[in-house]
Design a protein around this ligand. Structure first.
Ligand code: NAI
Ligand code: MG
Length: 352
């Protein structure tokens, strides 16, 4: 089996963690994995933007379409406003390829300390609507700079968009031991789109009688994540809400450097994109200390998506053996470098 991977390392620590990720993927493939990866590297980044005036060149998305998966680092630079970089690279891919389901598991890996009392019990999957809502791109500004200036940011929710993410979340919850799905909205203060979210959720719930459901307002769920982490399993929330909750979830599982993401196009018309949750991390860029675990876990999700379940399991076993062994980067309180962790994971793969 041959899988075509488009690597887009982009900015900051993106290139460091993507290089590490490709190294472990290569170790898996060459160690009797039964598959090969054909990797093409794309130089699209903020530096590329400053030189060319765009992140994605003409025909770039068409080119990406021919790949089986996209392995993405991080985008964001101190030289380009964040709304320009995000809308220049990550969002055109996620929205252009209708990657409407953004999946963010959070679990405390062996040997890692959660900042939370009882945090070792965290085992969540956050399902983030990834195609519309608050990041639909609707809004505008008028009377710039004047006292009467107005800026609007309109969240757009469609019945089709809401129904498909709920259905996806139910299917996912149904496959997990706890079979428990929590709906998160803000339908007390926001009376239209959010109330529609709630209503469609319960319509879809009727098709999944074996899944236990409950609901929580987004502010309240943050306290529940911290104070009663064991009471959550799968959470479904809007683009903005789940974006925030999943950073919190990653931090509670030990570090932002651990959390993985899959941006899935579930109907497989287009390639899906896999990336760590974290961003460019300017403060540690070039120091060789970025935690590559988020990217390894992300690579495991990519392998699963490609049908390489055995390799995905082997990779997570290797990662967990290494975290259990306390080979930790500084964000986890250790002294290991990105290269140390990567080498340890590759060694484990080759020895297993
Ligand atoms: P960030 O995730 O880059 O960093 C937040 C903190 O977490 C920093 O102290 C950083 O050192 C630490 N951290 C992040 N990843 C780490 C890793 N792998 N190992 C060790 N420590 C790690 O978020 P921040 O600072 O808000 O954003 C920086 C830039 O990244 C901005 O331009 C932002 O727009 C962009 N960004 C891009 C994302 C993406 O491409 N999907 C996601 C989040 C932010
Ligand atoms: Mg985020």
């Amino acid at each position: 089996r041959v899988h075509k991977i488009a690597a887009i390392p982009a900015d900051g620590i993106g290139p460091e963690v993507i290089a590490a990720g490709l190294e472990v993927l290569e170790a898996l493939a060459s160690h009797d994995g039964g598959f090969k990866l054909e990797v093409e590297n794309f130089p699209w980044s903020s530096e590329y933007y400053l030189e060319h005036g765009h992140y994605i060149p003409e025909g770039g998305l068409e080119k990406l379409k021919t790949f089986d998966a996209i392995f993405f680092g991080a985008v964001g630079s101190q030289q380009v406003p964040d709304h320009v970089s995000l809308w220049g690279l990550r969002l055109p891919i996620a929205q252009g390829f209708d990657q409407y389901a953004n999946i963010r598991p959070a679990r405390v890996l062996p040997g890692v300390n959660s900042p939370l009392k009882g945090g070792e019990d965290i085992d969540w999957v956050i399902v983030r609507e990834n195609s519309e809502g608050e990041y639909a791109g609707h809004g505008g500004r008028a009377h710039k700079g004047l006292p009467i200036e107005v800026g609007t940011e309109t969240a757009v929710f469609t019945r089709a968009g809401v129904e498909r993410i709920h259905r996806f979340a139910f299917e996912l919850a149904q496959k997990r031991p706890a079979k428990h799905l929590t709906l998160v909205t803000k339908s007390n203060a926001q009376r239209f789109g959010m109330v529609m979210w709630d209503e469609i959720f319960y319509e879809v719930a009727a098709d999944y009688p074996d899944v236990k459901v409950d609901r929580e307002l987004v502010d309240a769920v943050t306290t529940r994540m911290v104070l009663k982490p064991k009471t959550l399993d799968v959470v479904v929330a809007t683009n903005l809400h789940a974006d925030i909750l999943s950073d919190l979830a990653a931090a509670l599982s030990g570090s932002l450097g651990i959390g993985p993401t899959a941006n899935l196009n579930p109907d497989r018309r287009f390639p899906s994109m896999f990336e760590p949750i974290h961003g460019s991390a300017f403060d540690i860029t070039g120091k060789g200390v970025a935690n590559p675990v988020a990217t390894f876990w992300t690579a495991a999700m990519m392998l699963e998506h490609l049908g390489e379940d055995a390799a995905a399991r082997r990779l997570m076993q290797a990662v967990e053996a290494v975290t259990a062994d306390k080979i930790h980067t500084p964000d986890l309180g250790g002294k290991a470098t990105t290269a140390d962790v990567t080498r340890a994971v590759c060694d484990f793969i080759r020895a297993s």
